[in-house]
Design a protein around this ligand. Structure first.
Ligand code: FA5
Length: 349
């Protein structure tokens, strides 16, 4: 390539060539490439700096910097090829006495593990399984669940909205704050009897702490048929708690408010860390960890999907998958699930 002496970037080019000549292995070559062409590499910086030059110098400087970039890209590529072919050559004489290379084996993420366990328990009880959209309509996430536009209960779910201002034909969209919208989608499509679970991701605009993430998974459950009562709800969830956590853990039902159920309940399990005794940082010193909301499907919700509440009744529940895994595995911070620390994740392989 034709480089002008003392032109823009020439000093950098000469120094880089000197460095290149000293490279003796693939690792050094990789590092050289990053130092030169990486996001903060010296050639990248050289190109960025052109904008600070007087306008009459910019054109030549740009041309030169580009030539330097192409020159090194080609040089590095050639060297890579050279190393690759050497590597192939060296493999042609195989040393059979060498121990084999250990293959890195991946494993399921702890959330996947717990979602599978939860699904197994409910499948054994005769539940089907379905999935639904993570980007959801306001209509399904709130309105059809008995939460009209200005209802204060919306404050219970800090919402991440999808910006639809560029397209007036779009209805208000959001990242679903819970899996409950699937109750409506399923009931709109089917006639009872319904017995189904819906595992999936949910999103909330929430400050994180040991038990709160901004993105987590829930498993929704829905049962609708003639003659379904709160006793069915309680026995199903007690059966679930025993199968999931063993006979030692206690489940607690307390009244709670969710606009789409009546009556509503909050289900908690006694804390794995302090055994529900004195309380600890995991259970917020209450002795109990809340794992799900539940209740009898509200008659208004049943009417909304065209079911006659005089004929049909049902129950629903929504549980946090990570909270269940925390309880099962003694994990004391929900933020560990998605911080991508292999030391944590490998424990579940
Ligand atoms: C709901 O989301 C309701 N949809 C549940 C429901 C379904 C009630 C059907 C009645 C009938 P809630 O916001 O409490 O409720 O969340 C349910 C569960 O998700 C909680 O019990 C908890 O286990 C989990 N959860 C909630 N917020 C978080 C968070 N920020 N991080 C991790 N898990 C969470």
């Amino acid at each position: 390539m034709d480089f002008q002496k003392d032109s823009y970037g020439d000093e950098l080019r000469l120094k880089a060539i000197e460095k290149f000549d000293l490279i003796s292995d693939l690792e050094q070559l990789e590092q050289f490439k990053t130092e030169l062409l990486g996001r903060k590499g010296s050639i990248t910086e050289l190109i960025k700096n052109i904008s600070t030059l007087p306008s009459d110098e910019k054109k030549d400087a740009g041309k030169n910097a580009n030539l330097i970039k192409i020159f090194f890209q080609e040089l590095i590529q050639e060297k890579f090829e050279e190393y690759k072919s050497n590597d192939i050559d060296s493999h042609q004489s195989i040393d059979l006495s060498l121990p084999g290379r250990r293959r890195f084996r991946g494993s399921f993420h702890p959330t996947t593990v717990v979602l599978r366990e939860i699904s197994k328990v409910f499948t054994e009880m005769g539940f089907d399984s379905a999935e639904g959209p993570e980007v959801e309509l306001d209509e399904y996430n709130f309105q059809k669940l008995n939460i009209p536009l200005d209802h204060p209960a919306r404050d219970m779910w800090n919402t991440l909205w999808v910006d639809t201002t560029n397209d007036s034909s779009l209805k208000p969209l959001l990242m679903r704050t819970h899996t409950s919208p699937m109750q409506i989608r399923l009931m709109e499509k089917q006639t009872p009897p319904i017995r189904i679970i819906v595992p999936g991701k949910t999103y909330r605009y929430e400050a994180t702490d040991a038990t709160h993430e901004w993105q987590f998974c829930q498993v929704e459950g829905l049962v609708v048929d003639k003659g379904i009562t709160f006793a069915h709800l309680k026995s199903t969830l007690e059966e679930f708690a025993q199968k999931m956590f063993g006979h030692k853990r206690k489940a607690r039902f307390r009244c709670d408010f969710f606009p789409f159920v009546e009556p509503g309940a909050e289900v908690s399990i006694d804390c794995f860390k302090c055994d529900g005794a004195d309380g600890c940082n995991v259970c917020g010193y209450s002795g109990w960890i809340e794992i799900m909301g539940a209740g009898m499907v509200h008659p208004e919700v049943l009417k909304g999907v065209g079911y006659d509440p005089e004929i049909y009744s049902g129950f629903a529940f929504g549980m946090g998958a990570e909270r269940i895994s925390m309880l099962k595995n003694g994990i004391d911070d929900v933020r560990l699930f998605y911080s991508n620390d292999l030391r944590f994740l490998k424990q579940f392989s």
